[in-house]
Write a protein that binds this ligand. Structure first.
Ligand code: F6R
Length: 243
């Protein structure tokens, strides 16, 4: 069972998402937040910055773990997810930089990068609230369709569909890294609460598959149907294929 809330548009979705994060932080000031990058959570982050500036939110005790990072991109690279988070959220609120964690894209040794990030995730404690976006192929984090659900952090080869979809942030398709480090489905699933944000017509079909279809690693997000505390916020366009 999950709770599904359909909003009229992206703005309303973003406001509702920020309200849920705010509620979590008011309940527990030292919450661990699982954070996502991409277009979908941007509006929510903007709202969180607004609430912070209005004196309504305090991030000083918050810890965060991000879902993923491109392998081969440095923190300073404007396309890295670390840079994305710094730019769009961390630099605008009073979170302590050392409390924010993103996989190390510059660690070339895949095994070490994954082990280190798993250790980081364990060290911050249970994720209280995990924010997720939804990939066009059903991926969450960068966990692409596969034969089994991943457990811990893993290094993935991005699918052509994901590379093409993410190309919009780069100058050319060739510049999009082919691999990424991502938190595993097992770690994502261990979060106490999950908030899945889905916006736009292009996501309607995959959202329907993820929420109503069989639970299968071929649609990684479908595992969320089994989660005990999942809230799905979808705008009308994204929800248009749900009966
Ligand atoms: C990003 C991430 C990805 C995105 C997904 C949707 O950290 O983990 O799973 O959430 O690719 O991306 P957008 O929101 O850009 O459509």
């Amino acid at each position: 069972m999950f709770s599904l809330e359909i909003t009229k548009d992206y703005q309303e979705l973003s406001e509702k998402a920020a309200e849920l994060v705010a509620k979590q932080l008011k309940k527990k000031a030292n919450s661990v937040l699982g954070l996502a990058t991409g277009s979908t959570p941007l509006g929510c982050y903007e709202q969180l910055v607004k609430l912070y500036k209005a004196g309504e939110l305090d991030f000083s005790e918050v810890h965060s773990v991000n879902l993923d990072e491109y392998r081969g991109l440095a923190a300073e690279d404007k396309n890295s997810y670390r840079h994305f988070m710094d730019e769009n959220l961390f630099s605008k609120i009073n979170i302590v930089k050392e409390h924010t964690h993103v996989p190390d894209g510059m660690e070339e040794n895949r095994e070490k990068a994954c082990k280190d990030y798993d250790a980081k995730i364990l060290s911050v404690g249970e994720i209280d609230l995990q924010i997720l976006g939804l990939g066009l192929d059903g991926h969450i984090g960068f966990n692409e369709p596969a034969d089994s659900f991943s457990k811990g952090t893993n290094c993935v080869r991005l699918t052509d569909e994901t590379i093409e979809s993410n190309q919009r942030f780069f100058q050319s398709k060739e510049e999009v890294p082919q691999e990424a480090y991502t938190m595993g489905i097992g770690s994502i699933f261990s979060a106490k609460k999950i908030l899945l944000l889905v916006s736009g017509k292009a996501k309607a079909e995959i959202l329907e598959k993820a929420l109503r279809g069989p639970v299968t690693p071929r649609v990684p997000a479908s595992i969320l149907q089994f989660h005990r505390d999942l809230t799905v916020l979808a705008d009308e366009e994204a929800a248009s294929a749900l009966s």
